[in-house]
Design a protein around this ligand. Structure first.
Ligand code: SAH
Ligand code: DHB
Ligand code: MG
Length: 221
């Protein structure tokens, strides 16, 4: 199976059922224009995040890793009018591009951006008594994912849904000798979840325009 084939299927699905609109397409175009890395979730994955948020009835969402706000826009559109999404980004320039994209999508009233290291933003949210968040999307620096999960947990209640992106990485997740810090982070996340009855989790492998990767779903029991 080839990348070409995976792309063709993502394109077919995107054209027919994903409903990517002008604001989302413009967000991608402007982020490319501004020189940001093109590593946002794919259109079908963005739609999946939105569907998960809707099925879950999420009213509050926490996102780690804004980039240009492509996933942010998908998620925020799942919220009711009085909903709230907080998104964390390290890079001020990325956050600036994201701000314009969120504004163009008409979502500024629902979305709160915080700029800085996610660990610090999570501490600040805790101190402010923010949350509880119904859903958390973890998509920042992969090596720190287990720590982000632990920190974000403090901002949730039982019933919260966590989605973690980029978990499988060409199958490297199963390589116990890997020296990739990101993959090691995702292996640690799984060890953290193993046998912990507070959580119910699974990891799904995916192919598509982003290659062979996958995501982890975690329900806080
Ligand atoms: N969720 C986005 C993609 C995020 S890419 C989408 O799908 O549209 C990962 C992002 O995490 C990048 O923008 C990167 O700058 C950010 N990031 C990396 N390290 C971080 C940190 N320590 N704190 C917060 N964000 C970080
Ligand atoms: C990278 C980050 C992502 O969030 C992603 O979906 C793909 C790649 C990266 O840092 O390379
Ligand atoms: Mg990602």
């Amino acid at each position: 199976m080839s990348q070409e084939r995976w792309n063709a299927v993502d394109d077919f699905v995107t054209a027919l059922v994903v409903d990517e609109d002008d604001a989302l397409r413009a967000a991608v175009a402007d982020s490319a224009q501004a020189g940001l890395p093109q590593i946002a979730v794919s259109p079908p994955q963005g739609k999946m995040l939105q569907l998960l948020a809707r099925v879950h009835g999420a009213r509050t969402i926490l996102e780690l890793g804004t980039l240009a706000a492509y996933s942010t826009i998908w998620l925020a559109r799942a919220l009711p009018p009085d909903g709230h999404l907080v998104t964390l980004e390290l890079q001020p320039h990325f956050a600036q591009v994201a701000r314009a994209n969120i504004e163009r999508a008409g979502l500024s009233a629902l979305v709160e951006q915080r700029v800085g290291p996610a660990s610090e933003s999570l501490d600040a949210l805790r101190e402010e008594g923010a949350g509880p968040f119904d859903m958390v999307f973890i998509d920042a620096d992969k090596a720190r994912t287990p720590e982000y999960f632990t920190q974000a947990l403090e901002l949730t209640r039982p019933g919260a849904l966590f989605v973690v992106d980029n978990v499988v990485r060409d199958g490297e997740l199963a390589n116990q000798r890997t020296d990739d810090p990101g993959v090691r982070g995702m292996r640690r996340l799984h060890k953290q979840l193993a046998g912990d009855e507070r959580f119910s989790a699974t990891t799904i492998q995916t192919v598509g325009v982003k290659g062979y990767d996958g995501f982890t779903l975690i329900l806080r029991n």
